[in-house]
Design a protein around this ligand. Structure first.
Ligand code: ASP
Length: 440
């Protein structure tokens, strides 16, 4: 029989009612063996996530030595969840221990991890599965990276022994023996790690939307759903802002060739999105699978005659960025030109001016130009490699919409065409590309 790992996000577990719904989903299919849970998220717009309340408790604790005030909102949330579920669980005692733990540890990571911890205890009690603490099976190494070699065998053997289990997402144990969390939204990563460790047939990721859409619904009304997508396509789209899943969550399952299924807790009958490893994926009908983008980039354009024959030019340009600890997104180049595309937020407070001065001095370019307020739009699809004229269609669509293309970068995998356009043209550009590939 298939073996599935199911991760439920914060909105899916925001109150007792939703937790019950998630429990029903878990019990509906015997292949669902292991559940990874987030902390309770927002119940309504304007509500505060439990994780944010916990960070506030940690701050209060660091400032005053106690966290009673901030923790009282957390107590209220968990008490009402347990009440709503009619659970026979001594939540008062567990909450007392949790507060004492936060006051003892005085660590933001420890405090933040408690939302997942408490929710997993509640889910385990509700469905009668074993609670397996992430601190005993997920480990980080001395550099703070996930420690595969230490974690995978432990997860596999511990969960095999349990048969069924609920595991809190978002955290594990650091090399110093203390609780450490992944970055925000990291329960997706925990779920992926567990799926890989137990060699699951599918990693189900239950959230509050019915999968990925071909485009941002705030820009195009009612865009098509993506039913099937490859890991590579998803990587390109989620990197550019299609954020249903944490961008790092694809790596563990991808290495194990395990498909991910994105499902909607509130509409379980919807097909959702199936994300397949390249091996198992055959490009389907559409040339383009999805469009995503982000605003607020800066492009530094360098021109120098005979740049192509100057050994180490690009290397020196990049080492200037490295010195400033700045990441670049893209680096399109021509024979005598090189552009560096950088998120504008990294260039505030005089950083841009310092970079330009260093580049003038160390690279002696003939010309430097800086374009700010640039948006990047990625048009992604395996189908592009096979269909002639995709880029012609894309550029014609943009030009018809009166959008000026400031930069082009086509990845060598022929999976992705990225264009840089003015921030002001962003929505219009995305709409034009969507119309060309999805509405004609
Ligand atoms: N609760 C954590 C957060 O809010 C992790 C997660 O939900 O995935 O970021």
């Amino acid at each position: 029989m298939d073996k599935m790992v199911c991760k439920f996000g914060g909105t899916s577990l925001a109150d007792g009612n939703n937790i019950r719904r998630a429990a029903e989903i878990l019990l509906a299919d015997p292949a669902r063996r292991f559940a990874v849970v987030s902390a309770p998220g927002k119940r309504f717009s304007g509500d505060v996530k439990v994780t944010d309340l916990l960070y506030a408790s940690s701050e209060e604790c660091i400032a005053t030595g106690h966290c009673g005030e901030a923790f009282s909102a957390i107590r209220k949330r968990f008490r009402s969840i347990v009440e709503e579920l009619g659970l026979d669980l001594d939540i008062g005692r567990i909450l007392d221990e949790t507060q004492a733990g936060i006051e003892r540890e005085r660590s933001a990571d420890f405090a933040a991890s408690r939302g997942e911890y408490l929710n997993a205890r509640i889910m385990a009690a509700l469905i009668g599965w074993e609670f397996v603490d992430a601190k005993d099976i997920i480990f980080f190494d001395g550099r703070g990276q996930f420690d595969e070699a230490r974690s995978y065998p432990r997860i596999a053997s511990r969960l095999e022994e349990a048969g069924h289990a609920v595991i809190p997402g978002f955290y594990g144990t650091g090399a110093d023996g203390k609780i450490r969390t992944f970055s925000r939204g990291g329960s997706d990563i925990s779920g992926s790690i567990v799926a890989r460790a137990v060699n699951a047939d599918v990693y189900e990721n239950w959230t509050d939307v019915s999968g990925f859409l071909a485009c941002d619904p705030h820009i195009v009304g009612n865009p098509q759903k993506i039913e099937l997508i490859s890991f590579k396509e998803l990587r390109e789209l989620s990197y550019m802002g299609a954020n249903v899943l944490h961008a790092e969550a694809i790596f563990p399952v991808r290495k194990g060739d395990i498909p991910i299924k994105i499902k909607n807790t509130f509409r379980p009958e919807d097909a959702g999105t199936l994300i397949l490893p390249s091996k198992k994926y055959t490009p389907h009908g559409n040339t383009v699978t999805g469009i995503a983008g982000k605003k607020d980039f800066t492009v530094i354009f360098l021109e120098k005659s005979l740049m192509n024959s100057e050994i180490g030019f690009a290397c020196r340009a990049l080492s200037i960025l490295e010195r400033e600890r700045i990441n670049f997104e893209h680096m399109p180049s021509g024979i005598d030109t090189l552009s560096l595309v950088i998120e504008s937020r990294y260039l505030q407070g005089g950083v841009l001016e310092r970079l330009i001065a260093a580049m003038r001095e160390e690279l002696a370019p003939d010309y430097i130009r800086v374009s700010e307020d640039i948006a990047l739009v990625a048009t992604v699809g395996h189908g592009m490699a096979k269909s002639i004229g995709t880029s012609a269609r894309l550029f014609a669509a943009l030009s018809e919409a009166g959008v000026n293309v400031r930069m082009i970068d086509q990845g060598s995998s022929e999976l992705n065409i990225i264009v840089g356009i003015d921030n002001a043209d962003y929505e219009r550009g995305v709409r034009a590309i969507y119309h060309e590939f999805f509405e004609k």
